[in-house]
Design a protein around this ligand. Structure first.
Ligand code: NAD
Ligand code: IPM
Ligand code: MN
Length: 360
Protein backbone atom coordinates (compact mmCIF):
# COMPACT_ATOMS: atom_id res chain seq x y z
CA UNK A 1 0.00 0.00 0.00
CA UNK A 2 1.05 3.59 -0.64
CA UNK A 3 0.46 6.09 2.14
CA UNK A 4 1.38 9.74 2.50
CA UNK A 5 2.30 10.89 5.98
CA UNK A 6 2.73 14.47 7.10
CA UNK A 7 5.44 14.87 9.72
CA UNK A 8 5.07 17.67 12.23
CA UNK A 9 8.32 17.36 14.22
CA UNK A 10 7.78 20.59 16.20
CA UNK A 11 10.10 21.65 18.99
CA UNK A 12 12.55 20.31 21.58
CA UNK A 13 12.80 16.52 21.40
CA UNK A 14 9.97 16.45 18.81
CA UNK A 15 12.28 16.29 15.76
CA UNK A 16 14.51 13.70 17.48
CA UNK A 17 11.71 11.23 18.23
CA UNK A 18 9.90 11.72 14.91
CA UNK A 19 13.11 10.94 13.00
CA UNK A 20 13.44 7.67 14.94
CA UNK A 21 9.82 6.70 14.34
CA UNK A 22 10.21 7.09 10.56
CA UNK A 23 13.14 4.69 10.66
CA UNK A 24 10.79 2.08 12.10
CA UNK A 25 8.06 2.89 9.56
CA UNK A 26 10.58 2.52 6.76
CA UNK A 27 11.58 -0.92 8.02
CA UNK A 28 7.92 -1.95 8.22
CA UNK A 29 7.44 -0.66 4.67
CA UNK A 30 10.41 -2.64 3.46
CA UNK A 31 9.37 -5.88 5.13
CA UNK A 32 5.66 -5.72 4.35
CA UNK A 33 5.84 -4.09 0.92
CA UNK A 34 4.33 -0.69 1.71
CA UNK A 35 5.47 2.68 0.50
CA UNK A 36 5.32 5.41 3.12
CA UNK A 37 6.10 8.88 1.81
CA UNK A 38 6.76 11.81 4.11
CA UNK A 39 6.41 15.54 3.89
CA UNK A 40 7.46 17.69 6.81
CA UNK A 41 5.75 20.88 7.86
CA UNK A 42 6.26 23.50 10.54
CA UNK A 43 4.18 23.75 13.71
CA UNK A 44 4.64 25.31 17.14
CA UNK A 45 7.65 27.38 18.12
CA UNK A 46 9.58 26.47 14.99
CA UNK A 47 6.68 27.79 12.90
CA UNK A 48 6.49 30.96 14.97
CA UNK A 49 10.18 31.58 14.31
CA UNK A 50 9.82 30.98 10.56
CA UNK A 51 6.33 32.28 9.77
CA UNK A 52 5.19 34.18 12.86
CA UNK A 53 2.30 31.71 13.11
CA UNK A 54 2.18 28.49 15.22
CA UNK A 55 0.00 26.84 12.55
CA UNK A 56 0.84 28.18 9.07
CA UNK A 57 -1.91 27.65 6.47
CA UNK A 58 0.45 25.55 4.32
CA UNK A 59 0.90 23.15 7.22
CA UNK A 60 -2.83 22.78 7.68
CA UNK A 61 -3.40 22.27 3.94
CA UNK A 62 -0.73 19.59 3.76
CA UNK A 63 -2.18 17.78 6.78
CA UNK A 64 -5.66 17.77 5.25
CA UNK A 65 -4.34 16.12 2.08
CA UNK A 66 -2.35 13.38 3.81
CA UNK A 67 -3.39 9.91 4.91
CA UNK A 68 -2.09 10.42 8.45
CA UNK A 69 -0.06 12.87 10.53
CA UNK A 70 2.79 12.12 12.92
CA UNK A 71 3.50 14.84 15.48
CA UNK A 72 6.48 15.15 17.81
CA UNK A 73 5.81 17.88 20.36
CA UNK A 74 5.55 21.65 20.56
CA UNK A 75 6.62 24.30 23.06
CA UNK A 76 9.60 25.48 24.99
CA UNK A 77 10.90 28.25 27.23
CA UNK A 78 11.87 30.39 24.24
CA UNK A 79 8.19 31.13 23.53
CA UNK A 80 6.76 31.02 27.05
CA UNK A 81 6.42 34.78 27.33
CA UNK A 82 4.62 35.11 23.98
CA UNK A 83 1.01 36.34 23.84
CA UNK A 84 -1.61 33.54 23.75
CA UNK A 85 -2.09 33.50 19.96
CA UNK A 86 1.67 33.27 19.40
CA UNK A 87 2.32 30.37 21.72
CA UNK A 88 3.46 27.02 20.22
CA UNK A 89 0.69 25.17 22.05
CA UNK A 90 -1.89 27.28 20.20
CA UNK A 91 -0.74 25.66 16.94
CA UNK A 92 -1.47 22.20 18.31
CA UNK A 93 -4.84 23.24 19.72
CA UNK A 94 -5.79 24.86 16.42
CA UNK A 95 -4.89 21.88 14.29
CA UNK A 96 -6.84 19.55 16.60
CA UNK A 97 -9.84 21.85 16.24
CA UNK A 98 -9.47 22.36 12.47
CA UNK A 99 -9.30 18.62 11.83
CA UNK A 100 -12.08 17.99 14.40
CA UNK A 101 -9.97 15.49 16.31
CA UNK A 102 -12.41 15.23 19.18
CA UNK A 103 -11.28 11.80 20.30
CA UNK A 104 -7.85 11.24 21.83
CA UNK A 105 -7.08 7.60 22.57
CA UNK A 106 -4.34 7.09 25.14
CA UNK A 107 -3.78 3.37 25.81
CA UNK A 108 -1.92 2.41 28.96
CA UNK A 109 -0.25 -0.97 29.17
CA UNK A 110 3.07 -2.26 30.43
CA UNK A 111 5.87 -3.97 28.55
CA UNK A 112 6.78 -7.31 30.17
CA UNK A 113 10.28 -6.51 31.29
CA UNK A 114 9.31 -3.21 32.92
CA UNK A 115 6.86 -4.81 35.35
CA UNK A 116 9.55 -5.47 37.92
CA UNK A 117 11.16 -2.05 37.43
CA UNK A 118 8.08 0.10 37.97
CA UNK A 119 8.04 2.71 40.72
CA UNK A 120 4.65 1.16 41.52
CA UNK A 121 4.43 -2.36 43.00
CA UNK A 122 4.68 -5.23 40.54
CA UNK A 123 1.35 -6.78 41.53
CA UNK A 124 -0.40 -3.45 40.92
CA UNK A 125 0.91 -2.84 37.40
CA UNK A 126 1.21 -6.39 36.00
CA UNK A 127 -1.00 -7.00 32.92
CA UNK A 128 -2.42 -3.50 32.97
CA UNK A 129 -4.48 -2.70 29.89
CA UNK A 130 -6.63 0.39 30.08
CA UNK A 131 -7.63 3.05 27.60
CA UNK A 132 -8.06 6.72 28.40
CA UNK A 133 -10.46 8.37 25.98
CA UNK A 134 -9.82 12.08 26.32
CA UNK A 135 -12.22 14.63 24.79
CA UNK A 136 -9.89 16.82 22.75
CA UNK A 137 -11.68 19.73 21.07
CA UNK A 138 -13.89 21.16 23.81
CA UNK A 139 -14.02 21.72 27.54
CA UNK A 140 -11.77 24.05 29.46
CA UNK A 141 -9.23 24.30 26.63
CA UNK A 142 -11.61 25.94 24.17
CA UNK A 143 -14.39 27.69 26.14
CA UNK A 144 -14.89 31.43 25.71
CA UNK A 145 -14.16 33.77 27.34
CA UNK A 146 -10.55 32.95 28.08
CA UNK A 147 -8.78 36.18 28.89
CA UNK A 148 -7.41 38.64 31.40
CA UNK A 149 -10.04 40.88 32.91
CA UNK A 150 -10.72 43.31 35.69
CA UNK A 151 -12.58 41.72 38.61
CA UNK A 152 -13.80 44.09 41.30
CA UNK A 153 -11.05 46.55 40.39
CA UNK A 154 -8.38 43.87 40.58
CA UNK A 155 -6.36 42.09 37.93
CA UNK A 156 -7.98 38.75 37.12
CA UNK A 157 -8.39 36.11 34.46
CA UNK A 158 -11.09 33.77 33.23
CA UNK A 159 -11.17 30.41 31.46
CA UNK A 160 -14.44 28.73 30.60
CA UNK A 161 -15.50 25.09 30.56
CA UNK A 162 -18.24 24.65 27.97
CA UNK A 163 -19.71 21.61 26.25
CA UNK A 164 -22.54 21.22 23.79
CA UNK A 165 -24.66 18.09 24.07
CA UNK A 166 -23.43 16.86 20.66
CA UNK A 167 -19.79 17.15 21.78
CA UNK A 168 -20.41 15.05 24.87
CA UNK A 169 -22.54 12.51 23.03
CA UNK A 170 -19.93 11.74 20.38
CA UNK A 171 -17.04 11.19 22.81
CA UNK A 172 -19.13 9.08 25.18
CA UNK A 173 -20.39 7.03 22.25
CA UNK A 174 -16.81 6.53 21.10
CA UNK A 175 -15.88 5.26 24.57
CA UNK A 176 -18.74 2.77 24.55
CA UNK A 177 -17.87 1.53 21.06
CA UNK A 178 -14.29 0.94 22.14
CA UNK A 179 -15.36 -0.77 25.38
CA UNK A 180 -17.61 -3.09 23.38
CA UNK A 181 -14.55 -4.62 21.69
CA UNK A 182 -12.39 -4.49 24.82
CA UNK A 183 -13.37 -5.31 28.42
CA UNK A 184 -16.98 -4.10 28.26
CA UNK A 185 -16.61 -1.42 30.95
CA UNK A 186 -16.80 2.36 30.73
CA UNK A 187 -15.73 4.58 33.62
CA UNK A 188 -16.90 8.13 33.05
CA UNK A 189 -14.78 10.55 35.06
CA UNK A 190 -16.10 13.98 35.98
CA UNK A 191 -16.48 16.53 38.75
CA UNK A 192 -20.28 16.35 38.97
CA UNK A 193 -20.27 17.30 42.65
CA UNK A 194 -19.16 20.81 41.65
CA UNK A 195 -19.42 21.48 37.90
CA UNK A 196 -22.64 21.91 35.92
CA UNK A 197 -20.84 20.78 32.75
CA UNK A 198 -20.02 17.53 34.57
CA UNK A 199 -23.62 17.04 35.59
CA UNK A 200 -24.65 17.33 31.93
CA UNK A 201 -21.78 14.96 31.01
CA UNK A 202 -23.00 12.39 33.55
CA UNK A 203 -26.62 12.68 32.39
CA UNK A 204 -25.62 12.13 28.76
CA UNK A 205 -23.35 9.21 29.68
CA UNK A 206 -26.34 7.55 31.37
CA UNK A 207 -28.48 8.15 28.26
CA UNK A 208 -25.89 6.78 25.83
CA UNK A 209 -25.35 3.69 27.98
CA UNK A 210 -28.90 2.59 27.06
CA UNK A 211 -27.63 2.05 23.49
CA UNK A 212 -25.00 -0.42 24.74
CA UNK A 213 -26.60 -3.19 26.81
CA UNK A 214 -23.37 -5.22 26.79
CA UNK A 215 -21.24 -2.46 28.28
CA UNK A 216 -21.39 -1.42 31.93
CA UNK A 217 -21.14 2.22 32.97
CA UNK A 218 -19.85 3.66 36.20
CA UNK A 219 -19.09 7.22 37.22
CA UNK A 220 -16.16 8.45 39.28
CA UNK A 221 -15.15 11.90 40.49
CA UNK A 222 -11.86 13.01 38.98
CA UNK A 223 -9.98 13.51 42.24
CA UNK A 224 -10.85 9.98 43.31
CA UNK A 225 -9.92 8.70 39.82
CA UNK A 226 -6.44 10.21 40.18
CA UNK A 227 -5.99 8.21 43.37
CA UNK A 228 -7.62 4.98 42.08
CA UNK A 229 -5.34 4.94 39.01
CA UNK A 230 -2.37 4.34 41.27
CA UNK A 231 -4.15 2.30 43.97
CA UNK A 232 -5.74 -0.23 41.62
CA UNK A 233 -5.48 0.57 37.89
CA UNK A 234 -6.79 -2.90 37.02
CA UNK A 235 -10.34 -1.78 37.85
CA UNK A 236 -10.39 0.37 34.68
CA UNK A 237 -11.12 -0.70 31.11
CA UNK A 238 -12.14 2.42 29.19
CA UNK A 239 -11.93 5.71 31.07
CA UNK A 240 -13.63 8.65 29.32
CA UNK A 241 -13.27 12.22 30.44
CA UNK A 242 -13.13 15.96 29.74
CA UNK A 243 -10.16 17.49 27.93
CA UNK A 244 -8.13 18.85 30.88
CA UNK A 245 -8.99 15.97 33.20
CA UNK A 246 -7.78 13.56 30.50
CA UNK A 247 -4.59 15.52 29.99
CA UNK A 248 -3.68 15.29 33.66
CA UNK A 249 -4.81 11.72 34.27
CA UNK A 250 -2.90 10.39 31.26
CA UNK A 251 0.44 11.87 32.36
CA UNK A 252 -0.22 10.28 35.75
CA UNK A 253 -1.16 6.97 34.12
CA UNK A 254 2.10 6.95 32.16
CA UNK A 255 3.88 6.01 35.36
CA UNK A 256 1.91 2.77 35.42
CA UNK A 257 3.83 1.94 32.21
CA UNK A 258 7.08 3.20 33.65
CA UNK A 259 7.70 6.53 31.90
CA UNK A 260 6.05 9.44 30.17
CA UNK A 261 8.37 8.56 27.30
CA UNK A 262 6.38 5.39 26.57
CA UNK A 263 2.78 6.43 26.05
CA UNK A 264 1.44 6.86 22.51
CA UNK A 265 -1.82 8.41 21.39
CA UNK A 266 -4.16 8.77 18.44
CA UNK A 267 -6.22 11.91 17.93
CA UNK A 268 -9.14 11.00 15.70
CA UNK A 269 -12.10 12.61 13.95
CA UNK A 270 -15.23 11.05 12.50
CA UNK A 271 -13.47 11.02 9.12
CA UNK A 272 -10.30 12.53 7.68
CA UNK A 273 -6.70 12.12 8.80
CA UNK A 274 -5.80 11.71 12.45
CA UNK A 275 -2.76 12.92 14.36
CA UNK A 276 -0.59 10.24 15.96
CA UNK A 277 1.41 11.75 18.79
CA UNK A 278 3.26 10.75 21.94
CA UNK A 279 1.49 12.12 25.01
CA UNK A 280 4.68 13.75 26.27
CA UNK A 281 5.89 17.24 25.48
CA UNK A 282 9.01 18.78 23.99
CA UNK A 283 11.10 18.00 27.11
CA UNK A 284 13.34 21.09 26.87
CA UNK A 285 15.45 19.76 29.75
CA UNK A 286 16.80 16.91 27.62
CA UNK A 287 16.38 18.27 24.07
CA UNK A 288 19.33 17.96 21.69
CA UNK A 289 21.20 15.53 23.94
CA UNK A 290 20.17 12.20 22.42
CA UNK A 291 18.51 11.25 25.72
CA UNK A 292 14.84 11.17 24.70
CA UNK A 293 12.96 7.90 24.74
CA UNK A 294 11.63 7.38 21.20
CA UNK A 295 9.28 4.53 22.16
CA UNK A 296 6.16 6.67 22.71
CA UNK A 297 6.47 8.02 19.18
CA UNK A 298 7.35 4.62 17.73
CA UNK A 299 4.28 3.16 19.47
CA UNK A 300 2.25 6.07 18.05
CA UNK A 301 3.19 4.89 14.56
CA UNK A 302 1.80 1.48 15.55
CA UNK A 303 -1.46 3.25 16.37
CA UNK A 304 -1.27 4.96 12.96
CA UNK A 305 -0.84 1.63 11.19
CA UNK A 306 -3.78 0.19 13.08
CA UNK A 307 -6.28 3.06 13.01
CA UNK A 308 -5.38 4.92 9.81
CA UNK A 309 -4.19 2.13 7.53
CA UNK A 310 -5.84 -0.98 9.05
CA UNK A 311 -2.46 -2.71 9.10
CA UNK A 312 -3.07 -4.74 12.25
CA UNK A 313 -0.23 -7.21 11.69
CA UNK A 314 2.29 -4.45 11.10
CA UNK A 315 1.12 -2.59 14.22
CA UNK A 316 1.50 -5.73 16.31
CA UNK A 317 4.94 -6.26 14.85
CA UNK A 318 6.09 -2.85 16.12
CA UNK A 319 4.75 -3.42 19.64
CA UNK A 320 6.36 -6.85 19.72
CA UNK A 321 9.68 -5.36 18.60
CA UNK A 322 9.52 -2.76 21.39
CA UNK A 323 8.81 -5.51 23.89
CA UNK A 324 11.74 -7.57 22.63
CA UNK A 325 14.10 -4.59 22.65
CA UNK A 326 13.21 -3.90 26.29
CA UNK A 327 13.54 -7.62 27.11
CA UNK A 328 17.13 -7.39 25.93
CA UNK A 329 17.72 -5.07 28.88
CA UNK A 330 18.45 -1.78 27.19
CA UNK A 331 16.96 1.37 28.70
CA UNK A 332 16.90 5.05 27.86
CA UNK A 333 17.67 7.35 30.81
CA UNK A 334 14.03 7.89 31.75
CA UNK A 335 13.73 4.15 32.47
CA UNK A 336 16.86 3.88 34.56
CA UNK A 337 16.72 4.00 38.34
CA UNK A 338 20.10 3.37 39.88
CA UNK A 339 23.43 2.59 38.30
CA UNK A 340 22.47 0.92 35.05
CA UNK A 341 23.84 2.57 31.96
CA UNK A 342 21.40 4.25 29.61
CA UNK A 343 21.37 4.04 25.82
CA UNK A 344 20.75 6.95 23.47
CA UNK A 345 17.60 7.75 21.51
CA UNK A 346 18.93 6.19 18.32
CA UNK A 347 20.39 3.15 20.07
CA UNK A 348 16.96 2.38 21.44
CA UNK A 349 15.55 2.54 17.91
CA UNK A 350 18.40 0.35 16.62
CA UNK A 351 17.33 -2.30 19.13
CA UNK A 352 13.68 -2.07 18.03
CA UNK A 353 14.68 -2.34 14.36
CA UNK A 354 16.47 -5.63 15.04
CA UNK A 355 13.19 -7.27 15.96
CA UNK A 356 10.91 -5.80 13.28
CA UNK A 357 9.58 -8.65 11.20
CA UNK A 358 9.73 -11.28 13.94
CA UNK A 359 5.93 -11.71 14.08
CA UNK A 360 5.56 -12.02 10.31
P1 NAD B 1 7.24 17.26 29.05
O1 NAD B 1 6.30 16.13 28.72
O2 NAD B 1 7.91 17.90 27.89
O3 NAD B 1 8.35 16.74 30.06
C1 NAD B 1 8.06 16.32 31.38
C2 NAD B 1 9.24 15.50 31.91
O4 NAD B 1 9.27 14.23 31.24
C3 NAD B 1 10.60 16.12 31.65
O5 NAD B 1 11.44 15.84 32.72
C4 NAD B 1 11.08 15.43 30.39
O6 NAD B 1 12.48 15.36 30.26
C5 NAD B 1 10.47 14.05 30.55
N1 NAD B 1 10.16 13.45 29.25
C6 NAD B 1 9.14 13.79 28.42
N2 NAD B 1 9.20 13.08 27.30
C7 NAD B 1 10.26 12.27 27.40
C8 NAD B 1 10.84 11.29 26.55
N3 NAD B 1 10.33 10.98 25.35
N4 NAD B 1 11.97 10.65 26.98
C9 NAD B 1 12.49 10.91 28.18
N5 NAD B 1 11.98 11.84 29.02
C10 NAD B 1 10.88 12.50 28.65
O7 NAD B 1 6.38 18.31 29.87
P2 NAD B 1 6.80 19.78 30.40
O8 NAD B 1 8.23 19.80 30.77
O9 NAD B 1 5.78 20.12 31.39
O10 NAD B 1 6.58 20.73 29.15
C11 NAD B 1 7.61 21.13 28.28
C12 NAD B 1 7.00 21.79 27.05
O11 NAD B 1 6.32 20.81 26.28
C13 NAD B 1 5.99 22.88 27.37
O12 NAD B 1 6.20 23.93 26.46
C14 NAD B 1 4.65 22.22 27.09
O13 NAD B 1 3.66 23.12 26.68
C15 NAD B 1 5.01 21.29 25.97
N6 NAD B 1 4.13 20.11 25.84
C16 NAD B 1 3.80 19.77 24.57
C17 NAD B 1 3.05 18.65 24.36
C18 NAD B 1 2.69 18.27 22.95
O14 NAD B 1 3.20 18.88 22.03
N7 NAD B 1 1.82 17.31 22.72
C19 NAD B 1 2.67 17.84 25.44
C20 NAD B 1 3.04 18.23 26.73
C21 NAD B 1 3.79 19.37 26.93
C1 IPM C 1 -0.80 17.07 25.35
C2 IPM C 1 -0.22 18.43 25.69
C3 IPM C 1 -1.09 19.52 25.10
C4 IPM C 1 -2.45 19.42 25.77
C5 IPM C 1 -0.57 20.96 25.22
C6 IPM C 1 0.80 21.11 24.67
C7 IPM C 1 -1.50 21.92 24.55
O1 IPM C 1 -0.07 18.57 27.07
O2 IPM C 1 -0.91 16.77 24.14
O3 IPM C 1 -1.10 16.30 26.25
O4 IPM C 1 -2.62 19.89 26.90
O5 IPM C 1 -3.35 18.84 25.15
MN1 MN D 1 -0.41 16.72 28.18
Amino acid sequence: MKKSITLLPGDGIGPEVVAEATRVLDEIGKQYGHEFTYQSAAIGGTAIDQFNDPLPSDTLALCKESDAILLGAVGGPKWDANPAHLRPEKGLLRIRKELQLFSNLRPVSIYNSLVSESTIKEEVVRDIDLLIVRELTGGLYFGEPSERLDIDGEEGAVDTLTYKRSEIERIIRMAFQLAEVRGGKVMSVDKANVLESSRLWRQIANEISEEFPNVSLEHMLVDNAAMQLIRNPRQFDVLVTENLFGDILSDEASMISGSLGLLPSASLSADGPGIYEPIHGSAPDIAGKGLANPLATIASTAMMLKYAFHMEDEARDILNAINKALDSGIRTADLVYGNQEAVSTSEMTDAVLQYIGSTK
